[in-house]
Design a protein around this ligand. Sequence first.
Ligand SMILES: [Zn+2]
Length: 289
Amino acid sequence: MKIIADERCAGYAHPGHPERPERITRTLARLQDQDELSIKWVKPSEAGDAQILRAHAPELLARLQIPRDFDADTPFYENIASYARASVAAALDALNAARNGEHVFSVMRPPGHHATRDRAMGFCYLNNIAIATLEALATGTRRIAVFDFDVHHGNGTEGILLDRPGAAFFSVHQHPCYPGTGTGHSGNNCFNYPVAPGVPRETYRAVLTRALNDLKSFRPDLIAVSAGFDAYRHDPLVDGVLEAEDFHWLGRSLQAMNVSLFSLLEGGYSNDLPELILAYIKGVEGLPC
Ligand SMILES: [Zn+2]
């Protein structure tokens, strides 16, 4: 398993904000302190403007330099543009690793799936997975599916990929919930699977299964995963129902499609995040939970 990470992504923080540096530092410590998985560690390279501007308006790149909060959830941080670009670079590196047949996970922050073409929002500044998806399509991939299992709808990814030939977006998320979108399918390629708060775990699993089956029917050449771990039972932000073994099952199910796959960290705010990520990675590697 290749892990793309850079501890420097823990270099920004806002008091009391759930999207905090410990999400990464504790996860990296946990992954370093285990011997079940053989891990190849790499740091992200660099992302170019041309790759970012396939997904975003130039005005958003300019806005990231202005020291003013983006919304109540999404503070301005010193050098946030550099942090966001490093997260994008890791996503592009993950794409390349997947194309080389490697199993790969990017453990970086900030996350990306709420960032729209022209707006930072929901703890997200640049849309890592959308940028990587458009890069894949621009460089030879014919059919790419994005699977987003973060408990929140990936509104930014959907907006950027809507009706893009060759791309399809599959999102399982709680509704009603932030950001309030994703109540039904959208355009000809965005498929949403809203789940009501408080449903039994088995129901949530059944919806995930349905989305995975639909993704398989799309017959992708490549799968990009927005891996958010906030549908977890003990996540502090949302009334989630999933357990660690469900994330293991997700990793195993995605890998079982026998299609090149890369995963990027999105949300996940509980203190158990390192265990949830480890469970998912073990699933991808075909190891027991
Ligand atoms: Zn989330």
